[in-house]
Design a protein around this ligand. Structure first.
Ligand SMILES: NC(=O)c1ccc[n+]([C@@H]2O[C@H](COP(=O)([O-])OP(=O)(O)OC[C@H]3O[C@@H](n4cnc5c(N)ncnc54)[C@H](OP(=O)(O)O)[C@@H]3O)[C@@H](O)[C@H]2O)c1
Length: 338
């Protein structure tokens, strides 16, 4: 099969478009003929091997254990492992190709990938493969922030900082789907798009600092994390919650070794006495439950993926460079069949 192969850590230029053997299917896995895949920041983190700690948490110490990047797919089931009862050949599916944490290659940038059945869901019939591939990781992170950690309720006021990016575009729509009044914060040229996703109010971060305004929010989902928790809490109601997603560009910020981990540990410790921070819970909800929630929102039309650009499989290095440029509105998709 054709695939994008990563032989070492480094710039996206070292990725090669090669012909290799298709993957082996384990008992609890599904072999998917990939129609479309998508790109998110952890893809380029693993391509570059930054922050360095990811090399010791499963990605591979000297070079990636799995040489094919990509973790989000939509495609057609080709074969199923012995223990898989949920899917059969011919089913259209979408989801993640990895178990657990994100900092590892998942093999999605290839014509075939073997994915754990529990991380896949049936693709809604009305959704294209491209749109479905745009959803999994960004949608799961947004759902985690807004629903599981933020515990958003109907009628609450929610501020999404970084609303125009991969996670933010889903977070706005998920908060609206749960009945919240939503304010989206991003740069001016993304604000119309954020309103079109359903945001009730928008703020241009280059002109206004929401932590200095008079509005108070029941939930702040902070994607860029450009202000401290103590600054953000000024914009929270007394019972409000602050959820940090975190955004790492390791060069200028000098967080090449541990990334945002020290900041998350600090917030976890603070959450012991601070009710405005979500309680630490290391048990993430099962992916199949979260994928089912996202799937229902897609079917009802409550969320629609916002695709900025589509690239062919052979141009994945270009697509990753594009994402790194930080000028993307929503998601970048890879069309594997085209
Ligand atoms: N998306 C995923 O699936 C995924 C996967 C794994 C991890 N993550 C984590 O989540 C983070 C965000 O991912 P993403 O895909 O949403 O990134 P993204 O697409 O780059 O979105 C970040 C958004 O925040 C905006 N922004 C930057 N500085 C801001 C500021 N000071 N105030 C308000 N908005 C600001 C950016 O706009 P401009 O830069 O154009 O101004 C952009 O629209 C990643 O860095 C990563 O740590 C995401």
């Amino acid at each position: 099969m054709n695939a994008i192969v990563q032989h070492s850590y480094g710039s996206p230029d070292q990725l090669k478009f090669e012909e290799i053997d298709p993957p082996v299917v384990e008992d609890d896995e599904v072999l998917v003929r990939v129609h479309a895949a998508s790109i998110h920041p952890d893809v380029w983190h693993v391509v570059r091997g930054l922050p360095y700690i990811l090399r010791f948490t499963g990605a591979g110490i000297l070079k990636p254990k799995n040489p094919i990047p990509g973790t989000d797919v939509a495609g057609r089931v080709e074969a199923v492992g012995e223990n898989v009862t949920k899917f059969m050949p011919g089913d259209d599916v979408f989801g993640e190709t990895i178990r657990g944490q994100q900092w590892t290659n998942g093999g999605a940038y290839a014509e075939y990938v073997s994915a754990p059945a529990e991380a896949l869901a049936p693709k809604p019939a009305d959704l294209t493969f491209e749109a479905a591939a745009a959803v999994p990781t960004s949608g799961l992170i947004a759902l985690q922030g807004v629903h599981y950690q933020g515990q958003v309720q109907s009628g609450q006021t929610v501020l999404i900082n970084g609303a125009g990016g991969g996670v933010g575009t889903f977070a706005v729509q998920i908060a609206k789907a749960y009945g919240a009044d939503v304010t989206g914060v991003d740069r001016a040229e993304k604000l119309n798009m954020i309103q079109s996703l359903g945001a009730d109010h928008v703020l241009d971060y280059t002109r206004e600092d929401y932590t200095q305004g008079n509005e108070r929010y029941d939930l702040i989902v902070d994607i860029p994390g450009n202000r401290s928790f103590s600054a953000c809490r000024r914009a929270l109601t007394p019972e409000g919650k602050y959820v940090l997603i975190g955004h790492d560009h390791y060069d200028a910020m000098g967080r090449r070794v541990f990334g945002s981990i020290p900041r998350f540990i600090k917030l976890m410790l603070l959450s012991i006495k601070e009710s405005q921070l979500p309680e630490t819970d290391f048990a993430t909800p099962p992916k199949r439950d979260s994928m089912a929630i996202l799937s229902n929102f897609l079917k009802s039309g409550d969320i629609t993926p916002n695709i900025d650009k589509t690239y062919p499989l052979s141009e994945v290095p270009e697509a990753i460079r594009d994402l790194e440029s930080q000028r993307v509105r929503g998601k970048i998709v890879v069309n594997v069949m085209g």
